[in-house]
Design a protein around this ligand. Structure first.
Ligand SMILES: [Zn+2]
Length: 217
């Protein structure tokens, strides 16, 4: 009898598809690979963004008037995102479009008080990877996988405890010019800064394109 049960278990396991990553609940193998790639790239790009904090056009576009104190907070927040990703503590759950939080057209969402679980909605997987974009590529208007990860991790209380004061490139770049204080505590501002530092890294300053216009959403 026991031999039979063990054999049955063995057969059942053998017939299952390759195991998905245990850090990514509800995600299939392909989704797990995409998330793992995006976490790795997001970590590298956020570190580059932290190093790029300074009195630059990219900084002013997303965080408003430069001040040493504000820049220090921005740099610290970006570094906290890197530390969270580097620690391996960030996990993800693949939710259905009908699940709470994914029914409003969101790409991803988190509870700030539940680090480091990121809820990913099906549309997250349709976003382009940031490294595939070139300056001026309009697909960036709706965000990128890595930018979305930066946005969500910035919300966690042990990271940067950011808010959503605005959404979209046009609204957030306007808010930064009006209210730098709010910009440096705003999740989308960290996303766009990190994306722009990457897009425009190889562009001479004089050739930098203006911020992309807002896509309807
Ligand atoms: Zn948010």
């Amino acid at each position: 009898m026991w031999r039979f049960v063990i054999l049955l278990v063995g057969l059942t396991c053998a017939s299952l598809p390759a195991a998905a990553d245990s850090r990514f609940a509800g995600c299939d193998v392909e989704q797990s690979r995409i998330i793992d790639d995006a976490f790795g790239t997001a970590k590298d790009l956020t570190l580059k963004a932290a190093v790029a904090v300074g009195d630059t056009a990219d900084y002013q576009r997303w965080f408003g008037d430069y001040s040493a104190a504000n820049a220090e907070q921005v740099r610290a927040s970006l570094k906290s995102i890197v530390v969270a990703l580097r620690s391996g503590a960030v996990t993800a759950q693949c939710d259905l479009v009908t699940d709470e939080g994914c029914d409003g057209g969101n790409y991803a969402w988190v509870y700030a008080h539940e680090p480091y679980l990121m809820h990913l909605c099906p549309s997250f997987f349709n976003l382009p990877p940031l490294t595939a974009l070139r300056p001026g590529d309009r697909r960036s208007d709706n965000g990128t996988r890595e930018g979305t990860i930066v946005h969500e991790i910035s919300h966690f209380r042990p990271v940067a405890q950011t808010e959503d004061h605005c959404y979209s490139r046009s609204e957030c770049s306007q808010m930064a010019q009006r209210d730098a204080r709010r910009a440096i505590e705003n999740a989308d501002s960290y996303q766009y800064f990190t994306e722009d530092v990457t897009y425009f890294a190889r562009q001479p300053m004089a050739d930098k394109p203006p911020p992309a216009p807002r896509a309807n959403r």
